[in-house]
Design a protein around this ligand. Sequence first.
Ligand code: ZN
Length: 328
Amino acid sequence: MKSMRRMKRRLKKSVRVTFAVMSALFILVSTIWVMDIGEAKSNEGQENLEKVMAKETGEQQPVKKQTDEVKEKSSEESGDLPDQEGQEDEPVDSVTVDAPLPQEESTVDQPGVDASSEDKQAQEEQTVQDEQQSVYLTFDDGPNENTEGILNVLERYDAKATFFMLEPNMRRFKDSVKDMAAEGHAVGMHGVTHDAAAFYQSSQSVVGEMKKGQETLESITGIHSNLIRVPYGSVPNMKPSYRKAVDQAGFHMWDWNIDSEDWRLLSQEYVPNVMEQINAFPYKHSPKIILLHEKDVTLEYLEELLIDLTEKGYRMKALTDQMDPVTF
Ligand SMILES: [Zn+2]
């Protein structure tokens, strides 16, 4: 019985609360409606005021100043301020403000009409410029327990990267391999043993390790990748006969031209190290290939690197099979 009463009391209370809320809403809506009408009327009044003010030529500057002040005061003071601004600007400023826009549009349209060769040249220049504003982050030696963290940071900065992976690690961290492929990163091979003596024993061992990685990668992701990076880079271990064998097997071997040295520095120092090399990058027509590893410290300061790169206007892209590989 007690609980029944309590429920009834609660019910009554909730009905009262609902009624109060609905009344408040009704009053609010009515007020907004009345204010709208009032505003429309006051706009009419302002137009007249404007005409009077326009006659008094000396008044123009103070009017502008007032507008600026209003802008600075910001949005706190309710919705009728923007209208006021619009009204004030119309007779005085609107012509000068709007004029540049149509002009700009017409100059953009002009090249398309006559010169197609100029168009092509402009496009090529645009491509070169885009490439100069692009960087290619490449992560070696994974996947491992840092991969998911790396993927999360990359996603937050809309960054794509390339992963050169060791075959046993791919089998251990299959889900991470699937994730990186699903999120649009490039996937490639880094061999099986990562042991210089074993890997560089012969052209067969080089190609064999990469093929094994290629098969494992394909079985996990369905992607047949030709992107490879040999352990420790191609110099001095890749003999001409090895390079030929790798080419014939259809692989695209990538080295790098910016070394983060994350493996040696083992501190956040790798970030300024990358940025310095980017700032001093000497090749106009070469993509910027940044060597990184899936190390704890690399993950720890990856966000810092991405912030720096983004601030400098760089876009982080993934390598493709269509690109000309950068080699030493
Ligand atoms: Zn490596």
